[in-house]
Design a protein around this ligand. Structure first.
Ligand code: SAM
Length: 262
């Protein structure tokens, strides 16, 4: 299977494609973390600020530092944020631009499979969190059918097409996450599954969104028109029909949290 290098350059497109999904999962994730107000957070791989915004809305933080390598994503994050506690800067989770013990909590939403060396990224998150602080993440269950674009990918494969796959999908397995957290020396490690449902207004809304995914767009662009119609019909038949032509279906993520020892 072809492994694809994925770039996130367009914060507005990302919002429609994944930001909405991210916030759906992020709400459950933050309820599970149940942090007290007034914490200093780092949001590693903050992207277009979808999860950062949720942190501000739900957790009353004292501060959130968002870091991401993509200026396109960061520009959207800055434009959407009206909060004075958030700051966004370019950076890499494998070399965080902060001193040790700087934060109370480190979160990373839907990023771990994109980090070239996930263990290094986690050790950096542990370094910048104070003793007793929290390090947590969630990622779609990429190998277990939890990725939001899986209904389309499954039908593409059934038709004989070979979609590219995001890098390092193995890091999304619960066992892999647990290994990373324990090997980083974190304690009180807990995991959970997060299931969410998203509703698309109609077929057009659904397809517009699917065609933004890097694993779908180039394949469909190169397909014969008849194949595209077949694909749409197969996906439509596989998903439950909702009222007024709406489409509702689910995705599933793995979440993990741990505490830096005191
Ligand atoms: C799927 S998006 C998640 C964005 C956001 N956290 C959310 O929940 O919507 C993945 C993000 O990881 C970022 N990323 C990729 N490699 C990274 C790295 N080495 N360090 C930090 N972020 C990285 C990408 O630029 C992208 O914005």
């Amino acid at each position: 299977m072809v492994e694809q290098k994925i770039r996130f350059d367009d914060g507005a497109a990302y919002e429609q494609m994944m930001g909405i999904w991210s916030r759906l999962a992020g709400e459950i994730f933050l309820d599970w973390l149940a942090p007290p107000p007034g914490l200093r957070w780092i949001d590693a791989g903050c992207g277009n600020g979808a999860f950062t915004q949720l942190l501000v809305e739900r957790c009353a933080p004292a501060e959130v530092q968002g870091i991401d390598p993509s200026e396109g994503q960061l520009a959207f994050a800055r434009s959407r944020s009206t909060s004075r506690v958030t700051e966004f800067r370019q950076g890499d989770v494998m070399a965080l631009p902060f001193p040790a013990d700087r934060f109370d909590a480190a979160a990373m939403a839907l990023v771990i499979i994109f980090i070239p060396d996930p263990a290094r990224g986690i050790s950096e998150m542990v370094r910048v969190v104070r003793p007793g602080g929290t390090v947590a993440t969630y990622m779609w269950d990429m190998l277990g059918g939890g990725f939001p674009v899986d209904p389309v990918l499954a039908e593409l494969r059934a038709m004989g097409f070979v979609p590219s796959r995001p890098p390092r999908m193995e890091a999304s397995r619960m066992e892999a996450l647990h290994g990373l957290w324990t090997e980083a020396g974190l304690e009180a490690v807990e995991t959970r599954e997060i299931t969410v449902q998203r509703t698309f207004a109609d077929c057009d809304d659904f397809w517009r969104t699917q065609l933004m995914f890097p694993s779908v767009a180039p394949l469909v662009a190169a397909m014969a028109p008849g194949d595209v119609e077949t694909l749409k019909g197969r996906v439509r038949a596989a998903l439950p029909a909702g009222a007024g032509g709406s489409i509702t279906y689910g995705a599933r993520a793995h979440a993990i949290k741990g505490r830096r020892p005191k």
